[in-house]
Design a protein around this ligand. Structure first.
Ligand SMILES: [Zn+2]
Ligand SMILES: [Zn+2]
Length: 96
């Protein structure tokens, strides 16, 4: 499955995911676009149909990401606590 880096916006508890690594399933799916036969018989865009590749993570009761490195806690490799970026969800910039 694909792996992500999570970005956590402390002011508003919003999160954002950056794709870090895509898996072979997705890679092979993307490669189909280079195959003329596939292009002819299937409509674009391809649907990788790999729901496990969507970013997912667990959050505790305070809305903070669980950083436990246990199976089943998500496909986020690590979390970055945002200190400077504008949150794209609510456009809040951290001050100070
Ligand atoms: Zn994947
Ligand atoms: Zn926000």
């Amino acid at each position: 499955m694909c792996q992500y880096i999570g970005i956590f916006y402390e002011e508003c508890n919003h999160v954002r995911f950056k794709l870090h690594n895509f898996c072979l399933d997705l890679f092979h799916e993307l490669q189909r676009i280079n195959n003329p036969e596939e292009r002819e018989t299937h409509a674009l865009p391809f649907d990788p149909d790999t729901p496990g590749c969507e970013p997912y993570a667990l959050f505790d009761e305070n809305g903070l990401p669980e950083t436990r490195d246990a199976p089943g806690t998500g496909n986020v490799l690590w979390w970055v606590i945002n200190l400077s970026e504008v949150c794209p969800g609510c456009e809040v910039v951290r001050v100070g």
